[in-house]
Write a protein that binds this ligand. Structure first.
Ligand code: XMP
Length: 374
């Protein structure tokens, strides 16, 4: 893809010009496709003078840290540090049930841990006679910017944990955002225009023919995010030799499974939510449906349901499965699984995850429901 290759060449050159021959850059990675593409571009441009930091917040998916470490460090050879701060996050989440409070605690703790780690790296680089860290990498996409200013509710606070403003001020870091440049060239603008027209046409058709009462205003608002944007990042990922599993990963919220555990986040609840989610996603992959679904996860409800075991009643927890189809994440439809797959997933979760005796499937569209439960 010529367009993508020339973007990569230009971007690498631009980064080298900005950072210079001896500049040092720090950046957070999550294992998501956006931050990984940005990190890989940075690595291609300046090698080990880019320091990536992965913060283990204790609410990532099962084996997530090890998986991301192997993708980024072993496969992509990115200079990566993993910081295990799970105890710090989990102790601060103790007793907290309000989702927005959870988001704030996770966001603030993330910034604190990231800053501490960046300062440590800075000390080491200075001691070895190299320059102080001058730049902060951010894998921002254009729609992130639009979304963070134009929507209330969960979306409005999405970016709070990415806000490393303190770091920018305290360490006087300057921001570098490679993905921001993705739509500035001519062919990218064409792509944006075509996508925008297609989205507006789809929105019009949807509002004229839809039997549910989505207004034109809402449909149009939801069309702001160009379909090709994520595709373009994925194409970039392909050209940059990112593994397919990483390129096609479903998005995962910054506050992780803390917002998928309704009620208090305890290590026991984390273990249940993780185990159920892992079984669910593995079964989706085995059935060859992972790429058809835009986002899927298991959430843990804060209620106990009655069950029966032998001649005794049991009171155990409820897992809810969510899977949606969407191109823009602003509107979404629930995914229509074959019955046999749901049955297999449900049996497996109930048999293998201790503490769960009931599995339900979420059949709500967005709007009015959101993709996350919290
Ligand atoms: P909703 O639930 O608003 O989600 O339909 C839309 C998309 O945003 C993600 N999401 C988040 N991502 N921090 C994030 O990084 C958050 O607090 C957050 N809340 C929702 C959600 O997973 C979906 O992809």
């Amino acid at each position: 893809d010529l367009c993508i290759e020339s973007f990569i060449d230009k971007e690498i050159e631009r980064i080298r010009q900005i950072v210079g021959k001896d500049g040092e850059v720090v950046g957070a990675v999550s294992g998501g496709v956006d931050s990984t593409v940005a990190a890989k571009l940075m690595k291609e441009a300046i090698g080990d003078r880019f320091h990536a930091i992965l913060v283990d917040n204790g609410v990532m998916r099962l084996n997530e840290c090890a998986t991301v470490h192997s993708y980024l460090h072993s496969h992509l050879k990115i200079n990566l540090r993993v910081v295990d701060a799970s105890d710090k996050f989990l102790s601060r989440l103790k007793g907290v049930t309000d989702p927005e409070k959870k988001r704030k605690i996770i966001g603030n703790t993330f910034i604190e841990v990231f800053e501490e780690e960046a300062a440590k790296i800075d000390e080491v680089t200075k001691k070895s006679g190299r320059k102080s860290i001058e730049y902060l990498l951010q894998g921002t996409l254009y729609p992130d910017v639009i979304e963070s200013v134009s929507f209330k509710g969960p979306s409005a606070v999405i970016k709070t944990h990415h806000n490393v403003g303190g770091l920018l001020q305290d360490m006087k870091l300057k921001l570098i955002e490679p993905l921001r440049e993705l739509f500035k060239g001519t062919c990218e603008t064409m792509c944006l225009m075509v996508s925008l027209l297609a989205n507006v046409a789809a929105a019009l058709l949807h509002s004229w023919f839809s039997s549910n009462s989505i207004t034109f205003g809402h449909a149009l608002a939801s069309s702001h995010l160009p379909i090709c944007q994520k595709d373009e990042v994925r194409k970039l990922g392909k050209v940059l030799s990112l593994p397919d599993d990483l390129i096609y990963r479903h998005p995962f919220p910054g506050p992780g499974i803390a917002i998928r555990i309704l009620g208090e986040v305890t290590p026991e609840q984390v273990a249940i939510a993780r185990a159920a989610d892992h079984i669910y996603i593995e079964e989706i992959k085995k059935a060859g449906l992972y790429r058809e679904i835009a986002q899927a996860y298991a959430a843990l409800l804060p209620v106990k349901a009655v069950g029966v075991m032998g001649d005794k009643r049991t009171y155990e927890q409820v897992i809810v499965l969510r899977a949606v189809e969407t191109t823009d994440f602003m509107t979404a439809d629930w995914y229509d699984f074959p019955r046999a797959i749901l049955k297999k997933i449900s049996n497996k979760i109930i048999n293998e995850v201790k503490g769960v005796n009931r599995v339900v499937y979420d059949i709500s569209s967005k709007p009015p429901a959101t993709i996350e439960w919290y």
